[in-house]
Write a protein that binds this ligand. Structure first.
Ligand SMILES: C[S@@+](CC[C@H](N)C(=O)[O-])C[C@H]1O[C@@H](n2cnc3c(N)ncnc32)[C@H](O)[C@@H]1O
Length: 155
């Protein structure tokens, strides 16, 4: 099977050093600020990025080992296929986070909404654009997990 090699374009500076520090589960808020430090050789690629409010950050789960094709996420009691979850233990350990761009300073992007550990390798950055109306978006099994949680909270 053909394989491809990727290399980091930079590294995340984050307040989180351990996985358990990152908020998780239903309703978890990702408000922490961090910095995307882009390697000097790639800095010209950041030109005009400050005109976007939000960015997609593709990064590597460099501290997760192996993968499971099925598993129970922390926000549910039921098992799901890995591609229906955001599990760090996936065949290609690639992650995607949407962050708010606060400031662009040379090779550094100050952002809000990091869920990565400090030192996480960044694979790519793209402007966040979505043309899908909210009314057409389905939240899958998460909608049921959220409804169950809401029901439990009213008991
Ligand atoms: C559920 S994943 C979601 C990540 C991303 N937002 C996504 O959807 O692909 C977030 C978890 O990944 C873990 N994590 C963060 N940085 C990591 C790294 N560099 N290596 C392995 N796990 C990491 C943290 O425990 C965090 O709670």
């Amino acid at each position: 099977m053909q394989t491809w090699t990727v290399r980091p374009i930079g590294f995340v500076r984050s307040p989180f050093t351990e996985t358990h520090q990152v908020p998780r589960g239903l309703g978890a808020k990702h408000d922490e600020e961090g910095v995307l430090e882009i390697l000097p050789e790639f800095e010209p690629g950041l030109r005009d990025i400050e005109s976007f409010s939000h960015l997609f950050v593709l990064w590597l789960f460099d501290r997760s080992e192996g993968f499971s094709l099925e598993g129970t996420p922390p926000c549910d009691t039921k098992s799901h296929g890995v591609f229906a979850t955001r599990s760090p233990r996936r065949p290609n350990p690639i992650a995607l986070t949407v962050v708010r761009l606060l400031r662009h300073e040379n090779n550094r992007l100050h952002v809000r909404g990091v869920d990565m550990l400090d030192g996480t390798p960044i694979l790519d950055i793209k402007p966040y654009l979505s043309s899908i109306p909210e009314s057409e978006l389905k939240r899958g099994w998460l909608a049921q997990a959220e409804a169950r949680r809401a029901k439990e909270n009213t008991k």
